[in-house]
Design a protein around this ligand. Structure first.
Ligand SMILES: [Zn+2]
Length: 272
């Protein structure tokens, strides 16, 4: 399935479908409650695409400081105005970045999956977070302490350049999200967010609750219900009990606004 792109188009065939069913079962069994800091990771098992794209000798030197941890649902990985204690290179699952507004509401501004990391602002010399990052799709990450990460950035220009390019890609994602929220319709935006989550998941089953969809779309929950029902009636998704199942990926792409394609192409251009 890996064609060199950060977000390749999923292909549909019987073999892949069986694999997805198996993965869906694994996904649903992801029940870790607390981070499980283990021994340093093995080079051959690294799935994070940012790390995997580094020269092998650089990755080998990073491994002693990279520890595989569990990412349970809702775990906070970075908090606004708080020191960044560690960076998380996502291995599976995904994190959501949300900003807090003064009236106590939140809005989602970005998604981070195995194409990147949480805490990349350390590369620009900024050691506090602006947005909150928390786990929306349970999985695993390779965690590195902030001080070790800063030392490694100084030591390995290849890592520094890669993290800066990822930061630029995330800028594109947040800029496009701001424009999208102001201009595009709810159905288009819902399709776009589902595609973004689908790109980062190992399953067609996405744990997207109504509450979280409202957060992603900056609308009230009843509006989400109406739009999700429309997509369901079109046979594009199934939506039940806080989960969305993607039934028709092509249908989602046809429904989403062009913002999805624009951001995906920018990611592939900078990181692919
Ligand atoms: Zn849009």
């Amino acid at each position: 399935m890996d064609n060199g792109l950060i977000f390749p188009y999923p292909r549909r065939n019987a073999r892949e479908f069986r694999q997805r069913v198996l993965e869906r079962g694994q996904h649903s069994r992801h029940t870790c409650e607390e981070p499980d800091v283990s021994s340093p990771s093995q080079q051959s098992t690294v799935r994070n695409r940012l790390l995997a794209a580094l020269p092998p000798d650089v990755l080998a030197q990073l491994l002693p400081n990279l520890h595989r941890v569990c990412l349970p649902l809702r775990k906070t990985l970075a908090a606004p105005a708080k020191p960044i204690e560690a960076v998380y290179f996502i291995e599976s699952g995904w994190a959501s970045m949300v900003t807090h507004l003064d009236e106590g509401t939140q809005a989602e501004v970005g998604l981070i999956g195995r194409e990147g990391l949480v805490g990349q602002s350390l590369a620009t010399g900024v050691d506090t977070a602006f947005a909150e990052a928390f786990v929306q799709g349970a999985g695993e990450a390779l965690r590195m302490e902030a001080r070790a990460f800063q030392r490694e950035l100084d030591t390995h220009p290849a890592l520094f350049r890669r993290v800066l390019r990822y930061t630029e890609a995330m800028h594109a994602q947040t800029m496009q999200t701001a424009a999208c929220n102001g201009r595009h319709g709810l159905e288009q935006r819902l399709a776009r967010w589902i595609l973004m989550a689908h790109d980062r998941a190992d399953s067609d089953d996405l744990p997207l609750t109504q509450e979280f969809l409202a957060l992603m779309l900056c609308v009230q929950r009843p509006s989400v219900t109406v739009v999700a029902r429309t997509l369901q009636q079109a046979g594009i998704i199934q939506y039940a009990q806080g989960r969305i199942t993607v039934l028709d990926r092509a249908g989602l792409e046809a429904t989403a606004c062009d913002c999805y394609r624009a951001v995906r192409e920018r990611f592939n251009q900078l990181l692919g």
